[in-house]
Write a protein that binds this ligand. Structure first.
Ligand code: B1M
Length: 212
């Protein structure tokens, strides 16, 4: 089992996008859980990629190939396994990465888990402006708006979204959940969000708590 985890972690770090599907399939066939593959192999691999980037050992192109590799493993093999058939329909969540930010792996993982838990998720993608979000909230009327940011420079966008929703009179009808590596509970409280999810599993708990 450790072998599968180490092999897949190395594949993500090395950007082995041609091999990843086979490696993940083999691990799943041999009984490694999707959750273990995500946490201990893929996310841990991406952390290493981030460290290597900070130390100038690798650069943006390598980081991008690692991201493509992780996405391939997640989308085709793990996503279907995270869906549960008996999940009762819950509320609707509109989710995106904020303006100026194109990181979407974590957000997409959050979406997979929310869908698996029975939420109806509308994924607006990445780099979404305050104006678009206000329009979409007006149009879709979701129960929850989820905002993701991976850059310290894009975190303030979350506050702008909340302020604009307040100005448009839409804030009172919606719960706002924020997340992403640089975000924490203190920041979420400071900007007036209703909840913060440390990871995908916590995001599901927070979303559920809005309905209890
Ligand atoms: Co970027 N990048 N990147 N990058 N990148 C980071 C974030 C960085 C920490 C790397 C580093 O320096 N060590 C650094 C940010 C530094 C900072 O702001 N303090 C950084 C930088 C600097 C940059 C660029 C500026 C580099 C450049 O161009 N010079 C550039 C910016 C582009 C832009 O957005 N405008 C850039 C570009 C990229 C790529 C495009 C190459 C690629 C992204 C590809 C993609 O996403 N499609 C990339 C990658 C891959 C990373 C790292 C290596 C990995 C991110 C990731 O996918 N992690 C990252 C380093 C790191 O995080 N270790 C780094 C795995 C993912 C599962 O975790 O996203 O944290 P995460 O999501 C978690 C939780 O945070 C949470 O749940 C998820 C699952 O557990 N969560 C939520 C996330 N969203 C949530 C929302 C919720 C709730 C929970 O509710 C709504």
């Amino acid at each position: 089992m450790t072998d599968h985890i180490e092999t897949i972690k190395t594949a993500v770090v090395n950007g082995a996008y041609k091999e990843i599907e086979n490696l993940v399939k083999r691990a799943l066939d041999e009984g490694v859980s999707p959750e273990k593959l995500i946490d201990q192999a893929m996310i841990s691999g991406m952390d290493l990629v981030g460290q290597q980037f900070s130390q100038n050992i690798i650069f943006v192109p390598e980081m991008l190939v690692a991201a493509v590799t992780m996405k391939k493993g997640l989308d085709h093999l793990i996503k279907p396994l995270l869906k549960s058939d008996d999940a009762e329909p819950k509320g609707t969540i509109v989710i995106c990465t904020v303006k100026g930010d194109v990181h979407d792996i974590g957000k997409n993982l959050v979406i997979m888990m929310l869908e698996g838990a029975g939420f109806n998720v509308v994924n607006l993608g990445v780099d979404q402006s305050v104006e678009t979000l206000v329009e979409k909230v007006k149009e879709i009327k979701p129960d929850i708006l989820g905002l993701s940011a991976l850059l310290t420079t894009t975190m303030p966008e979350m506050q702008r979204v909340i302020e604009s929703l307040e100005e448009s009179g839409l804030r009172k009808d919606i719960k706002i959940m924020v997340g992403g590596a640089p975000v924490d509970t203190a920041f979420a409280q400071k900007i007036g969000a209703d909840g913060y999810g440390k990871d995908a599993a916590e995001a599901v708990q927070v979303a559920r708590s809005f309905f209890s």
